[in-house]
Design a binder for this molecule. Structure first.
Ligand SMILES: Nc1nc2c(ncn2[C@@H]2O[C@H](COP(=O)(O)OP(=O)(O)OP(=O)(O)O)[C@@H](O)[C@H]2O)c(=O)[nH]1
Ligand SMILES: [Mg+2]
Length: 407
């Protein structure tokens, strides 16, 4: 199953209660209050990660709660802080408030983090209430409850390019020919029921992400067919590739089909209808006399207002025009990425290798693990050698300068 919209409740951990205690010790009369504070409750943190592709982990579990903080204890001992709960979501996840419907946060970049619920503060122990006037306070605070949030998480895939068109137009076939994605392909409508993403490598340095969504039909905005809800997966795409087949199985007119999808886009979101669009006639080997191509081009020339004026013809079966189409898409994607960079928006990396690396903490490594220990002897021990754990060019420990041991 593919999950792109889930409803979940999050609850951060409760803070630990403060402690009421007095110091009781032999020869220490009137030891005074020594109740420690409670620990902080764990928070819930959502993080966008490459490699997480769906919201499936939230579909089977509807409620997430972080650890609570530990109680404060006598002898001024602080309660243990609750552990934060880190949950990973795909890049492109929007967090929406269920009650008011506003977007709380959009996690679009790799490594974007958001604390959706903060843990409760731990209560103060009675030692905190000690004053000159009240030297034996019996009050203490209870820990505060953690925040609770009821949200909808919606995945809007991060793709550079969205493939749209009527069912059977050849969207999945095109995706499978130019990327390593293997979507289901068959000669009946609505073969694709969930969106498929594929990475298209144009050359060693340049690639883009292509999203194939289920076919759209007239009335999709009213829920006919699979509806238009999958259009959200191309909402973030800067370029739409609109596929038209020349000889639809149901005998419909390709031009009417094109206009119907444009209407559906308009109904769904006007900004999507204004998006950069590339119109592609698929299965062009079936349009042997080019009649469909010419009539479509004539239609675009007649209605230049909101249509793309250019028409390309491809055939996935006969391998016609695929490379040209890929180059054209890459050019437009590169142009858009440059515009995004100029506007201060970093395009989302496609692969793990491109993602920014978070530096690891520098841990002290024992000398026997840091390097070969052949350079050491009974006389020369790691503690006698400065920089013993550095490697020489040969991969052996450099004995370095001898240090005088302080006696
Ligand atoms: N002759 C010919 N057939 C093609 C070509 N491309 C795709 N087809 C066929 O068209 C049919 C539909 O292809 P799909 O890729 O499943 O179409 P789709 O647009 O993904 O369809 P849905 O997922 O149902 O919306 C399949 O039987 C393909 O084999 C082509 O270039 N030439
Ligand atoms: Mg398909």
């Amino acid at each position: 199953m593919f999950f792109d919209r889930v409803e979940v409740e999050f609850q951060a951990g409760k803070g630990g209660d403060g402690c009421m205690s007095f110091r009781r010790e032999k020869y220490v009369p009137k030891g005074g209050p020594d109740g420690g504070d409670g620990g902080r409750g764990g928070s819930i943190i959502l993080e966008a990660r490459l490699g997480v592709n769906s919201l499936a982990q939230f579909a089977t579990r509807k409620f997430f709660r972080a650890d609570k903080g530990g109680f404060g204890m006598g002898a001024l001992r602080h309660g243990k802080n609750g552990r934060d709960l880190h949950l990973y979501v795909p890049c492109g996840t929007s967090i929406i408030d269920v009650e008011d419907g506003f977007v709380i946060k959009d996690l679009t970049q790799v490594g974007d983090q958001f604390t959706i619920c903060r843990g409760g503060r731990g209560g103060h122990g009675n030692a905190r209430f000690k004053t000159a006037q009240n030297q034996a306070p019996r009050e203490r605070e209870l820990g505060q409850p953690g925040e609770t949030r009821h949200v909808i998480m919606e995945l809007k895939s991060i793709a550079d390019v969205g493939l749209i068109g009527k069912p059977n137009a050849g969207k999945s076939t095109l995706l499978s020919r130019i990327s390593s994605a293997r979507p289901e392909i068959a000669d009946y409508p609505f073969t694709t029921k969930y969106p498929n993403l594929g990475i298209v490598d144009v050359d060693a340095e340049r690639s883009f992400v292509l999203a194939d969504i289920p076919g759209l039909i007239e009335g999709a905005s009213e829920g006919i067919g699979l509806g238009h809800e999958f259009l959200r997966h191309v909402e973030r795409a800067g370029l739409l590739v609109h596929l038209i087949e020349p000889t639809p199985m149901d005998g419909s007119d390709p031009i009417e089909n094109y206009a119907a999808i444009r209407d559906e886009l308009q109904h769904y979101d006007e900004t999507l209808a204004d998006r950069d669009e590339l119109v592609v006639l698929t299965k062009c080997e079936l349009d042997s006399d080019n009649s469909v191509q010419q009539s479509l081009q004539a239609y675009f020339d007649e209605h230049p207002a909101n249509h793309s004026r250019e028409l390309r013809a491809i055939s996935a079966a006969a391998d016609i025009g695929l490379q040209g189409l890929v180059n054209e898409i890459m050019e437009r994607v590169t142009r858009r990425r440059e515009e995004m960079l100029e506007a201060g928006i970093t395009p989302t990396p496609i692969r793990q290798d491109d993602a920014p690396v978070t530096p690891k903490k520098n841990r002290r490594v024992p000398p026997h693990k840091a390097a070969a220990t052949e350079g050491l002897s009974n006389e020369v021990q790691p503690q006698d050698v400065q920089g013993a754990s550095t490697l020489s060019d040969t991969g052996k420990v450099v004995p370095g300068e001898r240090r005088e041991r302080s006696s």
